[in-house]
Structure formats: C-alpha cells, structure tokens
Design a protein around this ligand. Sequence first.
Ligand code: C2O
Length: 541
Amino acid sequence: AETHYHEFIVQRKPVKRLCKVHNIITVNGQFPGPTLEVRNGDSLVIKVVNAVRYNVSLHWHGIKQLRNPWADGPEFVTQCSIKPGGSYTYRFTIEDQEGTLWWHAHSRWLRATVYGALIIYPKMGSYYPFLMPKREASVLLGEWFDRDPMSVLRQALFSGAAPNVSDAYTINGQPGDFYRCSKKETVRFGVNSGETILLRIVNSGLNQELFFSVANHPLTVVAVDASYTKPFKTNVIMIGPGQTTDVLLTANQPPAHYYMAATAYNTAMNAAFDNTTTTAILQYNNNYQQQQKPILAQLPFFNDTPTSTRFTSQLRSLNRANVPTQIDESLLFTVGLGLINCTNPNSPRCQGPNGTRFAASINNNSFVFPKSNSIMQAFYQGIPGVFTTDFPPVPPLQFDYTGNVSRGLWQPGRGTKTFRLRYGSSVQIVLQDTSIVTTEDHPMHLHGYHFYVVGSGFGNFNSATDPARFNLVDPPLRNTIGTPPGGWVAIRFVADNPGAWLMHCHIDSHLAWGLAMVFLVENGEGEMQSVLPPPPDLPPC
Ligand code: C2O
C-alpha cells in the first residue's frame, strides 16, 4: 500500500460562467477541485491550507474513518473549523472500500464550489468484478448559482424563506449547451466505436436530486457509493446529493455526438426549483462528418417518482450481504420540514408561508451545531455543556406522517441533541418522511459508516407487516439514501466505529434548517481508548 501526499490550498479564483465572472472559492484554483486517486488499502495525507476569509473544513464523503473520527471533517462535529490563515492535515487510510467517492467542504455552503472526486481502485493485482473498461471518466454533477452561494444561504437563514434556486446545473463545472455563454466550454467525453467507458457519476449539487441519461446509450449500473452492485441496464439514473453511481456505457451506436444530460427530480409541492438541464457531449472519435446537432437525451419529467423508484428498487449488492439480523437498537426517525411560528409575522425574518420561518428536523428536533467546541472533542475529553444526550424518541402517533398534522406539531424543538449507541450493537433505523409542509425525498447521509438499505415504501411504515418484506440477502450498501417522498426507508448497520458521527439530509438548505443529528458510539466501557488520539494540529475553536 502507498501513502499519497497532497496540499489543498483553499483559495479564491475568478471563473466565468453564464457570461459573468465570479471570484469563487476553490481548492488549488481548480473547479471542480483536484481528483484524488488511490488504491484500496492506501493512505492519504492531505494538508489543507485556508487562504480565504471564511472558516473551512473538508469532508471525505463515504470514507469510514475507522477509529479515526478526527479526519472526518464536518465542522463542530469532529473538529473545529480551519481558521483563515490556518491549516490542518487530514490523515486517513482506505479500509476495504473500492469505487467512487468524493470530497467536499463541510462548512456552511462552501461545498457549492469546493468539491472533487475520490476514486479508489482495487488493490494491486485485483480487478473490477466486471470486464475492464477501455476508458474511465468522472462525471461530477453540480449546481451553479449566478451569485455568491453564501449570500443565498444568508438570504434563506435571515428571511426564513426558501433559498434562491440555482441558475444552472453543471457537469464537471460546466453548464453545457443550453445555457447562455456556455457552449464553447461544454465538456466532451471522447470514445472510440466499440469501446466501453466507465462513468463515475457523483451528485455534488447542493439542493437537488437529479435524473441523468445519455442519448441512445443504455447504462449498466455496477456500483453505488463505492460498493459493487449486481449489474443492470437502465436508460436513466436518479442520483441524490451525496450519492455516487458507477455505470458502464458501450459506444455501439453510429459515430456521432450524443448528449449526456441531467435535470431535477423534484417532488416538493408548490416549491420553486431549478428546472434547467445541463449537458455534456459523448463524442465518437472516429472519422465522420457530424451532420447535425448532438442527439438529444431523453429525461423523465421532474416529478416522475415511478421512474426514480424503479431505478432505486433495482439496486442489489453484488455479493451476498452480511446484514445484521438480530437488532439491538430499533429506531424510527421522522425526517422532514417544519415551520416556526413568529411572534411578529411581519418581521423580515419571517418570510416563510403565512409569516413563519422554515425549519427542518429529525424526530421533531431541529439540530443546532455547537459553537464552543466540536462534539467529538467534547465527547472524547468529557467536556460538559457542548451537547446533550436527550435525542427525542419518535413523536407520538397522533403525528400523522401523511402531512395531515395539527399545526402545533409543525413546530420543531431545537437543540444539540445526540443519541448514544452502544459500540458493537446492531442498529436498524427507519427514516419516515413527515410530509409536513411538503412530501419530499430526503437523501440522508450517515458519516463513519455505510449501511444496508433493507426496505422502503410509500405511506407510513408498518412495523407489523413491512419487515417481513425486507431484503436481508443482497440489499445495496450505501452511505446516502433517499427517504422516498411521503414514504420510508429502512437501513441496518453494526455500530462498530466509535466516535461522534453526523447523520443529515444532504440537501444543504435542509441541513441549514436543522435536518441533522449526531450518534455517539462508545466502545463498551464508556471510554474512548480505542479511538486514535486527536492529532496535535486539530484546529482549536
Ligand atoms: Cu457529504 Cu455530511 O456530507
């Protein structure tokens, strides 16, 4: 195994998109940021230098960070932020993971422009479980705001209203042919006739789940979230923020230019969303006359839940899975939006529906990030006053998840509330969309783990009948899973990684409104001695 050293300088860089120059925050002046390439078993040492005026931290999305929470990155959860002028070196080892992951800023909305791919190849001498593709390419789907993303966040937090939607989607940082001043920069992926190309698709966008397809070329799905799947063919994939999907595409069509395209999958009722379409071009390299414009890709309608469900329900892990069957801790978590009543509905801070402010919650608790210290440091060193351990149980059953709820239950409580999990216990969590305010798909991400997705459905979870239909044989292993709009999803994992681990909706507007919680996993004796000690350069608060 090798150790790879990198220096990531967080710095401003002017880039021109949609006819306008923006001085965006980047890593090393690159947008998207540098691609990290390693093999399973390798180690990474990444010195992050903060050369901007914002606090930052970086997160290696999907890396388990076994007994090494200090390298995980979410600010105020496993570390305090890297201050302007400061630096922090993330050191971690890839343990038993292969495929496509990514990294991104984990500090307010900086990840809008601070992200990149993290590709894990098989160990020396071992191979993909599919025929070696001739080519590989990363396809990073993003969202572009024609203004400073931090001002969009401030606007949403200050006004209590929904944030401004993005102005473009992007593929590898470029909006593509259908946007103003963008055509010259459209990303092109070259292929020779007959070749197979592996596309490593990442949804690094802030707030939108996306449909993706390629004109006239079916895609064979072979992995999600750095975990191999039983291959299956599809014309379209649905991918939520935080998720990755690896697909094989064979260039077996007449030589031409074909669009790859992505657009929103959005089920939120009455909500404004970015309904534009980003494109890149799959371009055959052969000698031929390109006669017409690139061939258009077919995408579903924005609210096509059946297509989304058909796609996700086909995912199966490649091998027989090691799913926990005896459950020690069975949790039901409601996830969804809420509204906070304002005493003065005319206040500029109360521009939500009917003079309210938007909030979001798990089990009706809207998560508040601490300020004085990180939860992990407080947990490790026993510092009081940073978090509480009274994470609430699921709200009582008069809480009707169909959205038919009395106004009083719309209002979440607030707090830095954590839930203790016994180290080594087998955990099942059913995530139930509350459907309050609107039914919406919430892509939920758990740090420090991946989990089996054993079942999902629409309506309310029924603990008497639904578990009988769980897939305990070959469910997909993921780190981010959509809670279906107006439905539920069940996940299982063994709590074998001690530390403080954030779970949250990967839609950043929902995260900003509090759709998050933290698990504290202890090693049995109520102590943390099996966790690596905090590195000496861990940034202080
Ligand atoms: Cu991809 Cu908590 O993040």
